[in-house]
Design a protein around this ligand. Sequence first.
Ligand SMILES: [Mg+2]
Length: 250
Amino acid sequence: MAAETRPLPLPPAVAPDWALFLDVDGTLLDFADTPGDVHVEPGLVDTLAVLHGRLDGALALVSGRRLMQLDALFAPLQLPAVGLHGLERRDDGHLDIHHRAPALDDVLAAALALTSKYPGALTEDKGTAIALHWRGAPAAEEPIHEFATSALIDLPGYHLQPGNRVIELRPDGAHKGAAVLSLLAKPPFHGRRPVFVGDDLTDEHGFTAVTCHGGFGVLVGRRQPSAARYALHDPMAVRAWLDDAIAITE
Ligand SMILES: [Mg+2]
């Protein structure tokens, strides 16, 4: 059977009884060649701060980045947030961070050696996880996949998580769906309609989690198949949708 390719409809306006979970890269922020080069559009921090208040605190960032990176990007705002796809979590002032597997150091050194051969490729040390990026070096895609697959042999309890021109070596059990469910179990998220907005394969776990709890996913872009019910075209459309939410509820 052919895959469903019909575009998903636009999402409804943000409602005050929602719990809103927002991916960051490719959702709130446009992609850059490397994760360090992303740009936070003027006004976005203010919009998120106002919306966080309007939703009585039920707005969280859910990202593959580390929490410290999220805080630096959105300073001075410190939102409830999930980092490293669930390995780091901050809600209600409580911080929960997993520890690094010792075998990861050798894999990290080998990954750095590999990506240094391809200008534009990048190894990102995420503490408990390693991400290998090839957005700036398409020729590195195949060697990176071969490397990541073989590196798994030395990392029991880890798995590969493919993303948008990136692959991560990541501990088992960490994904955005589980992270969303853990936030939904407690105030200020508990009892609200959960909505997850994201662009990547890793966000599908989030879409499924919110759908199982009476909410829905909003896909950024046109990737199919997806568990999302609605879609927005790109991060600019997401930012406009959030700006509209503030204007409507004012
Ligand atoms: Mg993303």
